[in-house]
Design a protein around this ligand. Structure first.
Ligand SMILES: Cc1cc2nc3c(=O)[nH]c(=O)nc-3n(C[C@H](O)[C@H](O)[C@H](O)COP(=O)(O)OP(=O)(O)OC[C@H]3O[C@@H](n4cnc5c(N)ncnc54)[C@H](O)[C@@H]3O)c2cc1C
Length: 391
């Protein structure tokens, strides 16, 4: 019998496996694919996420270091001066392979090409049916991403109204793009504007860029059209994009499942629904959930009481869900002014307000809490409004 089985070696599963193996637990990490496997993602890793790791990412994994944020609205673009580097861009197939290796290095046993098919548990153990046969453990962590059927069965299905589709488009450019991440405000009162968040993002990579959009209530064709429009606008500034940019789509839950724990099983990362409803960003919460899950398992094992896993659900609400909620309130504000504000004036106003600029940067690089940053932004917003020439 193993102490822990983690199913899924995306960032949340691999990081949890690493943390548990470092504490001396016998951990098996299951992955249904073989690394490097592809994962639909824009590859924006905010510093607040990267800082949760207990190791540095090597230079060959980091595509670009981002220290500028550009707001684009219609034909206008304005740079919001940040207070230093606040994000990295990465390619997920490389990051995920590296993180699975880091779990192995710490002592976890990585089984690639092995899928968890079903779970059954009693008071003392969890049985996991896999494509390689039956396995048994004391604690089972589900880190299988947003489409996990094991999570559906163990923790309840996502609220369908809060499930979106994430779309990402990779484009190659003839010229190296600059190091600014762009947020494109979508046209006001259009069909795409109803989506949350009402923005598309562009992340520069080596020799190209990734465009991403969270499409809630939108079909694939509309998402593809927006990605391509944003991509064209971006590439016209950095040299023509090569024909045939590749797009991908993946389910993206924007809120948590009914439960995060069932007996000896916990839900992590996207399997739990830890994705920001404001931005579609998931890596910060995925890594935080790994840390909290590892803490709860170590605690339950030390006390010899699986009920101590309830600690996980409580700390997730306090540390992750409250933050998701805090930033979620910014979504409707951005939507109400999207494409109606003068972005240059907004950039000037932020430039003059050191506290606001610092909190905005701090939210991205992890120095400020989401609650604190959102509260300051909301308090300052009414005074900013008259300056923004809202149309
Ligand atoms: C289009 C798009 C763009 C995004 N862009 C960003 C971004 O720029 N920045 C950001 O922070 N977040 C972004 N996200 C969100 C981010 O991708 C996720 O939050 C993140 O991947 C969650 O990691 P995870 O480890 O929980 O799950 P995943 O990365 O989905 O990993 C799950 C793993 O489990 C494996 N697996 C699944 N089922 C089984 C099974 N039954 N048995 C064994 N293994 C299994 C899978 O093969 C996979 O390796 C984006 C999402 C989308 C869809």
């Amino acid at each position: 019998m193993h102490e822990v089985i983690v199913s899924g070696s995306g960032p949340s599963g691999s990081f949890a496996a690493r943390l548990l193996a470092q504490r001396g637990l016998d951990v098996v990490l299951l992955e249904k694919e073989h690394h490097p496997r592809s994962k639909c993602c824009a590859g924006g890793l905010l510093l607040r996420a990267a800082r949760k790791l207990d190791f540095e990412l090597p230079e060959d994994i980091v595509e670009r270091r981002i220290s500028r944020l550009r707001l684009v609205s219609g034909g206008d673009a304005a740079e919001l001066r940040a207070t230093g580097q606040f994000a990295l861009t990465i390619r997920r197939e490389r990051l995920d392979e590296f993180m699975a290796q880091k779990a192995k290095e710490a002592g976890a046993e990585l089984l690639e090409g092995v899928k968890a098919l079903g779970v059954h548990q009693d008071a003392t153990s969890v049985g996991v049916t896999t494509t390689a046969g039956e396995m048994c453990c004391r604690y089972f962590l589900v880190a299988e991403g947003a489409t996990s059927q094991n999570a559906d069965r163990l923790f309840g299905r996502f609220d369908r109204k809060r499930v979106a589709v994430g779309g990402a488009m990779r484009m190659k450019l003839q010229e190296e793009p600059d190091d600014a991440m762009e947020v494109h405000l979508l046209p006001h009162r259009s069909r795409v504007h109803r989506t949350m968040p009402p923005t598309a993002a562009v992340f520069p990579h080596r020799g190209g860029a990734m465009v991403s959009l969270v499409g809630k209530g939108l079909d694939g064709e509309t998402i593809r059209a927006v990605l391509s429009e944003v991509g064209k606008e971006y590439s016209s500034r950095f040299g023509r994009a090569f024909d045939g940019a590749e797009s991908c789509f993946h389910r993206l839950p924007l809120w948590i499942r009914p439960k995060l724990r069932n007996g000896r099983c916990l839900a992590l990362g996207d399997s739990a629904g830890f994705v920001s409803p404001f931005s579609g960003e998931g890596l910060t919460h995925a890594l935080e959930s790994s840390r909290l899950a590892a803490l709860a398992v170590v605690n339950a094992r030390a006390e010899g009481n699986a009920k101590n896993l309830a600690l996980y659900e409580r700390t997730c609400w306090r540390e992750i869900v409250r933050r998701m909620r805090a930033t979620a309130i910014l979504g409707p504000v951005v939507r109400s002014v999207s494409r109606r504000i003068d972005v240059r004036e907004l950039a000037r106003a932020l430039d003059e307000d050191e506290l606001l600029r610092d909190k905005l940067s701090g939210l991205l690089d992890g120095r400020s809490g989401a609650l604190e940053a959102s509260a300051i932004m909301m308090a300052k917003f009414p005074r900013l409004m008259p300056r923004l020439n809202i149309r």
